[in-house]
Each structure stands twice: as structure tokens, then as C-alpha cells.
Design a protein around this ligand. Structure first.
Ligand SMILES: NC(=O)c1ccc[n+]([C@@H]2O[C@H](COP(=O)([O-])OP(=O)(O)OC[C@H]3O[C@@H](n4cnc5c(N)ncnc54)[C@H](O)[C@@H]3O)[C@@H](O)[C@H]2O)c1
Length: 381
């Protein structure tokens, strides 16, 4: 028997849709002890909110997130709004005793994130941050292979997240989706938006990053603000590249930009170990590339593992179709939700918790500080 879990969703944009889909689908595919009930959706534009609530089957709407957070019939608050609202909502939701699922990055900066961690831990409420790329089956398989020791000592970790949608200087800042270009709403540019994903995956796979040396650039210095209509300075980093040292002695190279013409959302990583290497690419997300030096010489080479097998060999895949058939981006949210609900049933927390996501926030802060000061920076854990 599944128990109902009443969800209050804040935000109906990109992530509001991705998460709503996960709440609708999770019980169809995963045997989890809870059944999400779409109790209420919240945003400020009533017409758009009503349309969203109708599309996804939310029972009610609220135009003020404070009312949603205080409602007695809400068990779990899902924060799918721009980064500058995460902390305020999370603190209020923790105070009200709600479970909290928060979009990434956890906060605008580590100081804010620290308060969020303290609030959820003091309130004793379940919490998780949607670093969803961990739940791509090929990425989860990479984690298993590393944990089994197949790579041996790890020497190198390199990751990129490349886009090209802000090259045109006429693209405004502020408002739906474009809040990412407004430093007051986003906190930072590609560092918090894209590299945060790379850093979360990197530390999950290869342990803590201890030191960073970064450079950032803002290629378009002024943009019209969509909400004020005024031309305003651009305060975010358009591009960021950094070097990193890991606690395990390996070296990291990370790069992200929204100015890589031809790339829409190319997240890639490669890990080189003593015995073997791994590589993954979001545009071919169901494949994991693997090279093992211990293979017989005449057969040695990069294998392309189609991560679709059943029987527990390939994470999550036995819950979907038949071997050989693929799944996509939206499934990562369903997997993460399934893990959260399973953990909740056992009285445990699913990763990454707010506390884990704070580590990523601290690396982001160190990256931005390094770019500002033009020096290596120790990550302040
Ligand atoms: N995990 C991922 O891969 C991923 C991908 C995209 C975005 N995100 C994160 O998700 C969050 C939301 O991003 P998005 O792409 O969905 O943005 P979006 O612009 O598509 O949607 C933002 C939503 O927030 C609502 N909103 C804004 N201010 C509000 C307020 N005061 N009260 C209530 N609602 C308000 C807007 O109406 C809109 O529905 C961000 O933190 C972002 O970093 C994560």
C-alpha cells in the first residue's frame, strides 16, 4: 500500500514541468512506498498558473508561496523558482515542518546555503537538491565502476558544459528563463547554473575538490532588462574555466560557456585512471564509453556501452522497457524522485541532501573568488 504525499509545487517553468512529470509517472514505474498527490501549484501569474494546474492535474493554486508553505494539507514543498528565492522559501518551509525538494544550485552563495542546511537539520525534515544528472543510468553506472575500483588510482577528471544561446547581445536579462542572465536573480552565471552540475557529479564520482584556480569572462557587458526595460550592466559570468585539485591527488579541468556556437547543452566528462578510463556525453546520454588497459591487446580499445540492460546490471533500466530501448532526460527526475521516496520509506535521506549540495556551493564560491582575485583558492569546507 502506498501512502499519499501531498506536494506543493512552486514555479511552473522548465523545472516545474519536469518535476510534475516525475510526480505523475513515478508510481507507474517504481515500487515506492509513497504516492505523490499534486495538491497545489504556486506562481504569480494566475492565468498561466491555472493552465499549468489543469495540464498537470494540481488540485488547487496559490499565488503567494507563503500561503502554500503554511497550508496544513501540504507535506512536501518543491522549489522550482529562480535561485534568489530558494533560501527564503526553504527557511519558511523548514519552519513550517515541510519536507523540501529544492532545485539547484542550493542557494545564491554558501552563506545562504549554510542557513538552509541548518534550518532543515534543526527542523528534522527530509530534504534533497535536484542534481539530476547523477540519475542518468550511464552516469550511475560510471559511479558503480569507479566504486568497484576498476579505474584504479584516478589521475584526471575533465568536464565541460557548453551552450550557445546568449551570443546575441539583443537577448535581454531578467524574467522567465532569462533571469539566468540577471545576477540579482541567479547569483552567478555559468558557474552556478552549469558548472554546479559538473561539480556535483565530479565530487560524487571522484571525491572532494580541495583547491581551484579560475578565470571568468562576461562577453556582453550590458543587456536590456526585460522587467525594467532599461539597459543594465551584466553581472554574471558568461564563461568560466577552472583547474582543480582533488583530495585524492587527481587533477581536474572544468569549462563552461554560453558562447560555444553549435552546442546547445553539451555536458561531457572524462575520467582517466591507472587501469581504465570512462567518458560520458549528455547528447548521447544512454552510452558510457569505457577503456580498460587490462583487456587482451588485440581487442583493446574504447567500448561504447549501451546502458539499457536489465537484471540490475544497468541502474534503473529494469524499470523501463525491454533491453536495447532507451530513455531520456525526463527520466532522471523520475529516478531521483523514486530514490527520495524509497529513502523516505526507510526514514533515510536521499542524496544529494542540502548538506551535500552545500559542498558544491562552496566550490562555486571558491571558483568565483579565484576568478576575482586571480589566485588559487582553498575550498572552505
Ligand atoms: N536540475 C536541472 O537540470 C535544472 C534545469 C533548469 C533549471 N534548474 C533550476 O530550477 C530553478 C528554476 O529554473 P527554471 O528553468 O524552471 O526557470 P523558469 O524561468 O522556467 O521558471 C521559473 C518559475 O518561477 C516562477 N516564479 C518566479 N518568481 C516567483 C515568485 N516570487 N513566486 C512564485 N513563483 C515564482 C515563475 O513564474 C516560473 O514559473 C532554478 O533554480 C534553476 O537553476 C535546474
Amino acid at each position: 500500500m502506498t501512502k499519499p504525499l501531498n506536494v506543493g509545487m512552486i514555479g511552473y517553468g522548465f523545472m516545474g514541468r519536469a518535476h510534475s512529470n516525475a510526480y505523475c509517472q513515478v508510481n507507474h514505474f517504481f515500487d515506492v512506498p509513497f504516492r505523490p498527490v499534486l495538491k497545489a501549484a504556486c506562481a504569480r501569474n494566475v492565468e498561466k498558473l491555472k493552465a499549468f494546474a489543469e495540464t498537470w492535474g494540481y488540485e488547487s493554486i496559490e499565488t503567494d508561496w507563503r500561503k502554500l508553505v503554511e497550508r496544513r494539507d501540504i507535506d512536501l514543498v518543491d522549489i522550482c523558482v529562480p535561485n534568489n528565492l530558494h533560501a527564503e522559501i526553504a527557511l519558511a518551509a523548514a519552519q513550517a515542518g515541510k519536507m523540501i525538494l529544492c532545485e539547484k544550485p542550493l542557494a545564491m552563495n554558501a552563506a545562504e546555503g549554510q542557513k538552509m542546511v541548518e534550518a532543515v537539520e534543526k527542523a528534522g525534515v527530509a530534504n534533497m537538491v535536484w542534481y539530476n544528472y547523477r540519475r542518468v543510468p550511464a552516469v550511475s553506472l560510471a559511479k558503480r565502476l569507479i566504486d568497484e575500483g576498476r579505474l584504479g588510482r584516478i589521475f584526471h577528471y575533465r568536464a565541460q558544459f557548453l551552450q550557445d544561446w546568449t551570443i546575441n547581445p539583443e537577448v535581454p536579462q531578467g524574467g522567465t528563463a532569462l533571469w539566468r542572465l540577471d545576477v540579482h536573480a541567479a547569483g552567478s552565471g555559468v558557474t552556478g547554473d552549469l558548472l554546479a552540475h559538473c561539480i556535483d557529479t565530479a565530487m560524487w564520482l571522484n571525491g572532494p575538490i580541495t583547491q581551484v584556480c579560475a578565470m571568468t569572462e562576461t562577453f556582453v557587458k550590458q543587456r536590456q532588462h526585460a522587467l525594467t526595460g532599461k539597459i543594465e550592466p551584466v553581472g554574471i559570468d558568461d564563461a568560466c574555466a577552472f583547474l582543480a585539485r582533488y583530495a585524492n591527488g587527481s587533477l581536474g579541468v572544468f569549462e563552461s560557456t554560453r558562447y560555444a556556437r553549435g552546442h546547445k547543452a553539451l555536458y561531457t566528462f572524462e575520467i582517466n585512471g591507472e587501469h581504465a578510463s570512462l567518458a560520458w556525453n549528455l547528447h548521447d546520454l544512454h552510452r558510457l564509453a569505457y577503456f580498460d588497459h587490462r583487456d587482451e591487446g588485440k581487442l583493446r580499445g574504447w567500448r561504447s556501452i549501451h546502458v539499457t540492460d536489465h537484471g540490475g546490471e544497468h541502474p534503473y533500466m529494469d524499470k523501463w522497457w525491454v533491453p536495447g530501448l532507451q530513455i531520456g532526460y525526463e527520466h532522471t527526475f523520475i529516478h531521483q524522485l523514486a530514490d527520495f521516496l524509497t529513502a523516505l520509506g526507510k526514514g533515510e535521506l536521499a542524496e544529494p541532501t542540502f548538506r551535500t549540495a552545500l559542498q558544491t556551493q562552496k566550490v562555486c564560491d571558491a571558483v568565483l573568488e579565484s576568478a576575482r582575485t586571480r589566485q588559487w583558492v582553498e575550498v572552505a569546507y
